[in-house]
Design a binder for this molecule. Structure first.
Ligand code: ADP
Ligand code: MG
Length: 232
């Protein structure tokens, strides 16, 4: 499955949240979507999963325009939104059963995903009673329950403690195998640990689309490269 983003633009009044962004994503790649706050990362992800209509431009999957067959495209994608919105009054298993029902899946998939993301000891608790790390596991569980080919994760480790960051990162690596992953983050270590390629956005413009090594180039670190490219 090859994804192609072509001349994607999203305009809010005079502001360009995305300005003529084009790049391709090959099957099995793990793309690190980088950029300062307000760069357009979440907007790009929302366009990809079809919850936001771009002002212009198209996204294709294997040459099919996704806007023309949104439902089929959505079946192939899993999405963990920024700040992981969950129904916190629901119990873990109840919530995942609800997601499974929407996706036309059985309780077997619910039990499988609970085990896969390491939620078994917490599965009878209310979501609001979980630590942030475990809430993130619930978010990941709803994103992968239907075994999508494409996984879109918007700042999945934001706000976690250092141990939780490592645990969620390892989980992303495990569940992301044999999938195409698009992940936004501010943690450059994470980019180095997980990603095969970097796409850098700033004020809606794409500034770089490079391998990690190319992105680092002659800079001392990925942080230096990021700083220099986004503050010029
Ligand atoms: P990022 O995820 O990189 O932090 P976003 O994609 O959330 O950035 O936002 C990109 C820009 O678009 C920001 O300047 C943001 O304020 C603006 N924006 C996003 N959503 C809306 C909206 N619904 N109405 C107006 N402006 C928006
Ligand atoms: Mg965002």
């Amino acid at each position: 499955m090859k994804i192609s983003i072509q001349n994607l633009t999203k305009q809010y009044g005079n502001q360009f949240a995305l300005n003529n962004v084009s790049f391709d994503i090959n099957q099995g790649e793990v793309i690190g979507l980088l950029g300062p706050n307000g760069a357009g990362k979440s907007t790009l992800m929302k366009c990809l999963i079809g919850s936001l209509n771009p002002t212009c431009g198209v996204i294709t999957m294997d040459d099919e325009v996704i806007q023309k067959n949104e439902l089929e495209a959505k079946k192939l994608m899993g999405y963990l939104p920024e700040n992981n919105p969950l129904y916190t009054e629901m119990y873990v298993k109840e919530y995942l059963a609800f997601v499974a029902d929407i996706r036309g899946l059985s309780m077997e998939e619910v039990h499988h995903v609970i085990e896969q993301v390491g939620l078994t000891p917490e599965s009878s608790k209310k979501i609001k009673a979980l630590s942030k790390g475990y809430k993130q596991r619930v978010g990941l569980a709803q994103a992968i329950i239907h075994q999508p080919e494409i996984l879109i994760l918007d700042e999945p480790t934001n706000g976690l403690d250092p141990n939780q960051i490592i645990e969620i990162r390892n989980l992303i690596r495990a569940v992301g195998q044999n999938k195409t992953v698009i992940l936004s983050t501010h943690i450059m270590q994470e980019v180095a640990a997980l990603c095969t390629r970097v796409v850098l956005l700033n004020q809606g413009e794409m500034l770089a689309n490079k391998s990690i090594d190319e992105f680092k180039g002659d800079y001392n670190s990925l942080e230096d490269a990021f700083y220099d490219l986004t503050t010029k």
